[in-house]
Design a protein around this ligand. Sequence first.
Ligand code: FAD
Length: 290
Amino acid sequence: MSVPAIFDYHPAQSLDEAIALLQQYGDDAKVLAGGHSLIPAMKLRLSQPAHLIDIARIDGLSYIREDGDVVAIGAMTTYTTLAKSDLLRQRFPLLTDTASVLGDQQVRNRGTLGGSIAHSDPAGDMPGVVLALKATIVAKGPNGSRTIAADDFFVGTFETALAPDEILTEIRLPLPGAHTGSAYIKLENKASHYAITGSAVVLTLDNAGVCSAASLTITGASTQTVRATAAEAALVGKKLDSAVIADAASHAADGMEAVADIHGSAEYRRQMTNVIAQRALLKALERAQA
Ligand SMILES: Cc1cc2nc3c(=O)[nH]c(=O)nc-3n(C[C@H](O)[C@H](O)[C@H](O)COP(=O)(O)OP(=O)(O)OC[C@H]3O[C@@H](n4cnc5c(N)ncnc54)[C@H](O)[C@@H]3O)c2cc1C
């Protein structure tokens, strides 16, 4: 059985303490949240931090609350808590649907929304969802808190806009307008449930049924979660029907650098991206029209 390299464990009692530890240990330190990506990586020795700063004991990092025109979610909120939230089911069914199909029950009980986003795994489900929902990410560092738009947050494979001494504290989701529908569909690896390709969609229609806003993101198929801008452009300003959706979905993989691995070739991923995007778009449209 694989075991991690030796490390010192620091159970931080406050955000300030965790940030001070990050400053003290620099590149030798890693934040530990739910541990469901970091610990497997440490056991495989892909990651060998000398210091683990556990933020699970810090009070006040797990919550879901309406705050004016946004819903704010604490970074340590687990997928199970997200999936069970009535507020989210009512306001952001995209998030509850995704939290319900992510990994298995043990992963959902421990894994956190903040951890998933900070990890920026190209195959992770939540980066595509928060990108589609146009979330704002709140990060706290030695100089206080700052906000980062989701579109600027995911900068590469396992890379984000977080500074090394910052902790992601909150995810803020703007409340959707009327006639908004959303959906997440993934073609998953049957063993791990990770997306081979997945598509998160948010569609808003105006009173005449014309698409006034469209968000379509792709996860799993590329080196990072991407926004399918060509497909989005093919939707906005149009009255949506199955022909418009099929045309937009055929552009979902445009410009995407598809990855190839044992689960599928780049060409397979591109084709399946278009198929999965079409299914997600149709489901989101049905919900927007309901
Ligand atoms: C068997 C298995 C199946 C899985 N299947 C899926 C799946 O289908 N879909 C999917 O999306 N994921 C899947 N996962 C991964 C799971 O979702 C992880 O929970 C998630 O990727 C990371 O969240 P975490 O809270 O566990 O973070 P951790 O593993 O604790 O941390 C991950 C990384 O983020 C950093 N980090 C964490 N929180 C913060 C923070 N607040 N501020 C700054 N940095 C932070 C850590 O330093 C680390 O680098 C699976 C995992 C396992 C073990």
